[in-house]
Write a new protein. Structure first.
Length: 282
């Protein structure tokens, strides 16, 4: 199989490309690292890898050319150490931003257990509803209104469905975020754990904040393809009684996620390919 890794000039993307392609070569694939902006290779590779939310046009151009897309982004558990902000883990998904359609497959529990993360019981109380936003690039990719306008619509709908306080938490890296009327604005300086304190539920289209919520025992309403979708309600009308997956379902989900995030060294060793080879051909 011919595998290309499309990367920007960011050093971390270059290093990740090197590691990922080394693992691909260990599985017998032909590889190439391609600089972002070079469109001459479209249709020449069976698999095209990219990091983060690139453009909708770029993604679709390679799909139309017959390539499978492998998407990588920051991991669900970014690092095992509580010190520093280095991204130790990178998540991987086939033809989507999240591997949700493969999370019902059984995976061993060893990788999840090694993270040392406890899944809390579902909360029986809580006051506020956290609205977790996504980036402008994400909204462009999914052909949604800009993040502020889209979330204003969610707020309007929720005000007709609940009396609970609303906390708007835009994606911390999105610099154009502004407060939304009738919500408390959660600034980028507020940790997600603090924003989730006393939360009844979390609402999002695609934010990975839903991962932290599910682990903390806070139910979610997922309006897009966020990673907690298999365990969550998908309709705002459920806000007062959101779906509560069983502990067994949550553990199986977490174990599957642990097999969809890897360190650079694990990518280089070919461990990711042991998982995604079956998903590419599914």
């Amino acid at each position: 199989m011919r595998v290309a890794f499309l990367h920007s000039d960011k050093p971390r993307e270059g290093l990740l490309a090197d590691a990922f392609l080394e693992g691909a070569r260990k599985h017998g694939h032909t590889t190439a690292a391609i600089a972002l902006g070079d469109d001459s290779f479209a249709g020449k590779f069976d698999v095209v890898c990219m990091v983060g939310v690139k453009s909708r046009e770029l993604f679709q151009a390679h799909v139309r050319a017959g390539s499978m897309i492998i998407y990588l982004d920051k991991g669900y558990c970014r690092h095992r150490s509580s010190v520093g902000r280095t991204w130790e883990y990178w998540r991987v998904a086939v033809n989507a931003h999240q591997p949700t359609r493969f999370l019902d497959r059984p995976f061993p529990g060893d990788r999840w257990k090694s993270l040392g993360i406890e899944i809390a019981d579902w909360r029986s109380s809580g006051k506020q509803i956290v609205l977790a936003g996504s980036s402008a690039k994400y909204h462009e990719f999914y052909d949604l209104k800009d993040p502020t306008a889209w979330m204003r619509g969610v707020v309007r709908d929720l005000l007709d469905l609940t009396q609970r306080p609303l906390v708007y938490r835009p994606k911390p890296s999105w610099r154009d975020a502004v407060p939304i009327t009738k919500t408390r604005f959660s600034s980028r300086d507020e940790a997600i754990g603090d924003a989730l304190n006393n939360a009844w539920a979390l609402v999002t289209h695609g934010s990975n904040a839903c991962f932290e919520a599910v682990i903390a025992g806070i139910p979610c309403i997922v309006l897009g393809d966020a990673v907690a979708k298999p365990l969550s309600s998908t309709n705002l009308a459920d806000v007062e009684a959101p779906h509560l997956a069983s502990r067994k379902q949550r553990l199986r989900w977490a174990e599957a996620l642990a097999y969809h995030q890897f360190t650079a060294a694990e990518f280089a060793a070919g461990l990711a390919w042991d998982v995604i080879k079956d998903e590419i051909h599914a």
